[in-house]
Design a protein. Structure first.
Lengths: 229, 249, 215
């Protein structure tokens, strides 16, 4: 019983710690959101601002921007802990590393994926996404972005010991993001055309369940390997 | 450890020296049989097999494309399994196999894509089309490239082997998910695409040379892997007495 | 002879094609202080990290209380306190926040002793100051505060006295002595001169560099 209590305690304290750390390094909070907005703005500017054209692009485009913005913030998940030695202490804990990884990813998602989900309707408006698509947009992002954070954590864990892991993380993780992208943007597309969303959301949910079960284990193993060197 | 229920030959494989000697014996067989089958398959497929009633002679490229596609997928599995064995049982040879397979798998994936494009030009009119199989193959290539990139980014050999093993396993789990989602995406967006002819639907005169080609490419590229592996063994074991003796002969 | 706490047998480790040590033996029993010696780059830190389980690139046997360490990993970790080269201190958190998280990670640390431990290392009044505002020595002392809170049996300390002044060093030495008097053990590396009255066992890593290994 005491062990279970301390596991919950560790989860909550790690969660709180990561949120506090992010809050004190304020720039990390806002950068992914700014990036999200900039990427989405590049298309009207670089391609065409025409409403009919953009509204066709909108579902996929918001999703791609969310994907890239999540990736951008992934590198910082374990980096500072690696650099100051906290990661070593983490790995020496008798508590399951699964817990700590899950907790860190949850805190990270709160500040990236969830934040993006909240800001997404703004992008939808800028890209002329029809209003019917908005709920679908937010639901698909809500279910899909945690999976992105979980998979991204594996990439971050594999590259934490490297000096410039940034682009490498993207290379490793983007192919793995493709299924989430496909079903996420299709969900928005379905919402826009008035078709039922259930199937897509169920699939996104299934992928999230799989990621929740497997990603923290893979990330934990990768952390041990990265620190070993 | 889990060692008690594994057969002895499994651990014999763990010796780089034994592996080097054993693969040395395999080389002439692989070369001869593979070369023969390849020659037979190419001649049969490109010259003697009946031409497809719709596509004419351009479809013959499948005699290269399909074996390449099959092999690209099998090799990824081999790479992931070898990596897993190296990770769990700490076998150096397994790590070396995984490292040797990666660039060859990537090369075959590129071959599959290139032959797919060559097939596409006369068939669809363009060098590239986003159909399910080609797109899946492209993503498989990205997965290979990721493994290769991670391996070269990590300086410590053991850490690199372990990290890429984890990455290959994560990729392996994802491959069915990626294939399913890409196929689904494809049905949504493409009008009736010309899918590659499935083996059962083809008459025997068509799929028999294909089978020969599949076996031939397995053997020929298996040979390529063996050669790379032997190189890798020599490099990694360069301090051992048997390698030194070998090199001074 | 009581069973040793931590024993290492035939340890082999190499880095960049250079053998760091081969055939290294170490047996640490209850109540012993061990100093690991060797020049810079000889593998002292690597050895310590292997003993903790952070570094898996070695061959040989490690045993905790007579059992292979892989099989009793959790048990071993609850009885271990490791303070490494890096302090393990987050610069954006205060000493108190840092220690509280460490307590959640390591059940052998007593969270109720946070304030007194910080006072013992001379950081009372700084409990809520973010660590980046502290000096290097003060940051180091946050990590050393764990020594006052720990009920772990084995302490593995890598250069614990870096950036600590003479008085601080003397105090930590007496703390270490008290720990071993209670039956604990310490393995450490240090460049500082250790006071002569400390009962020390030494292990020189460089004694194990010659390798008769059959490759």
């Amino acid at each position: 019983m005491r062990q279970a209590h301390s596991m919950v305690g560790l989860f909550m304290l790690t969660f709180k710690r990561d949120l506090v750390l992010a809050y004190r390094r304020k720039s990390e909070l806002v950068n992914p959101l700014i990036f999200f907005l900039i990427v989405a703005s590049l298309f009207p500017i670089g391609v065409s601002p025409e409403p009919n054209f953009l509204s066709q692009l909108a579902p996929g485009l918001v999703w791609v921007a969310a994907l890239l913005a999540t990736l951008l913030s992934m590198e910082s998940l374990f980096k500072s802990d690696y650099e100051d030695g906290s990661l070593e202490q983490l790995l020496l804990s008798p508590q399951p590393i699964f817990l700590v990884v899950l907790s860190k990813v949850a805190a990270h998602w709160l500040l990236s994926g969830l934040a993006l989900t909240v800001v997404a309707p703004l992008l939808g408006v800028m890209l002329f996404l029809p209003a019917e698509g908005m709920p679908g947009l937010m639901l698909s992002l809500l279910l899909g972005t945690p999976t992105l954070s979980l998979i991204g954590a594996i990439g971050a864990a594999l590259t934490v010991g490297l000096r410039r892991g940034g682009v490498l993380i993207s290379l490793l993780v983007l192919p793995l993001y493709i299924p989430v992208l496909i079903f996420g943007s299709s969900a928005v597309q379905a919402a826009v055309t008035g078709l039922p969303l259930d199937g897509y959301l169920a699939l996104l949910g299934a992928m999230l369940a799989l990621a929740l079960a497997l990603a923290p284990i893979a990330a934990g193993a990768a952390l041990r390997i990265s620190v070993s060197g | 450890m889990a060692s008690k229920w594994l057969p002895r030959w499994f651990f014999q494989l763990a010796s780089p020296r034994w592996c080097y000697d054993f693969t040395g014996k395999l080389i002439p067989w692989f070369a001869v049989v593979g070369g023969l089958l390849l020659a037979v398959g190419i001649v049969w497929g490109l010259l003697f097999a009946p031409s497809d009633y719709q596509q004419g002679n351009s479809f013959r490229i499948i005699y290269l494309h399909v074996p390449a596609a099959i092999l690209a997928q099998s090799l990824y599995m081999l790479m992931a399994i070898a990596g897993a064995i190296g990770l769990i049982w700490k076998m150096k040879v397994a790590d070396m196999v995984a490292k040797s397979v990666a660039p060859i798998g990537a090369a075959i994936a590129i071959l599959a894509l290139a032959t797919g494009a060559i097939w596409g030009k006369p068939t669809w009119g363009s060098w590239w089309v986003w159909d399910a199989r080609l797109t899946s193959m492209l993503v498989l290539l990205f997965l290979y490239l990721g493994v290769i990139a991670l391996n070269s980014a990590i300086e410590n050999e053991k850490t690199a082997a372990q990290s890429t093993s984890v990455l290959s396993l994560v990729g392996l789990v994802n491959i069915p998910i990626i294939k399913y989602s890409v196929e689904w995406w494809n049905t949504l967006h493409q009008p009736a695409t010309f899918t590659l002819t499935e083996k059962p639907a083809m008459p025997a005169e068509m799929w028999m040379p294909l089978l020969v080609m599949v076996i031939a490419t397995y053997i020929v590229f298996g040979l390529a892997i063996i050669l790379r592996l032997r190189n890798e063994i020599l490099v990694r074991e360069r301090r051992s007495s048997w390698v030194k003796a070998l090199l001074t002969r | 002879m009581a069973q040793p706490l931590l024993s290492a047998d035939s340890l082999f480790c190499e880095r960049d094609d250079r053998v760091l040590f081969d055939g290294l033996h170490l047996s640490v029993s209850s109540g012993e202080i061990w100093q690991v010696e060797g020049r810079n780059g000889s593998g002292k830190t690597t050895l310590l990290r292997i003993l903790c389980g952070l570094n898996s690139h070695y061959e040989g046997n490690l045993q905790w209380r007579g059992e292979p360490i892989d099989e009793v990993q959790d048990q071993f970790l609850t009885e271990l306190l490791f303070i490494g080269h890096q302090a393990g201190v987050s610069a954006m958190l205060s000493p108190e926040e840092n220690l509280r998280w460490q307590c959640a990670l390591h059940p052998s640390l007593d969270a109720s002793l946070v304030s007194t431990s910080l006072a013992n290392v001379g950081l009372s009044g700084f409990e809520d100051v973010p660590a980046y505002q502290l000096s290097a020595g003060q940051k180091r002392r946050i990590a050393l505060a764990k020594l006052y809170m720990s009920s772990a049996k084995l302490w593995i300390l890598d250069e614990p006295f870096t950036a600590i002044d003479k008085a601080g060093v003397a105090e930590k030495e007496s703390l270490i002595l008290k720990h071993v008097e209670r039956g604990g053990s310490v393995i450490m590396t240090t460049h500082q001169d250790v006071s002569p009255h400390m009962p020390l066992h030494t292990l020189n890593v460089e004694q194990f560099t010659s390798s008769a290994r059959e490759w």
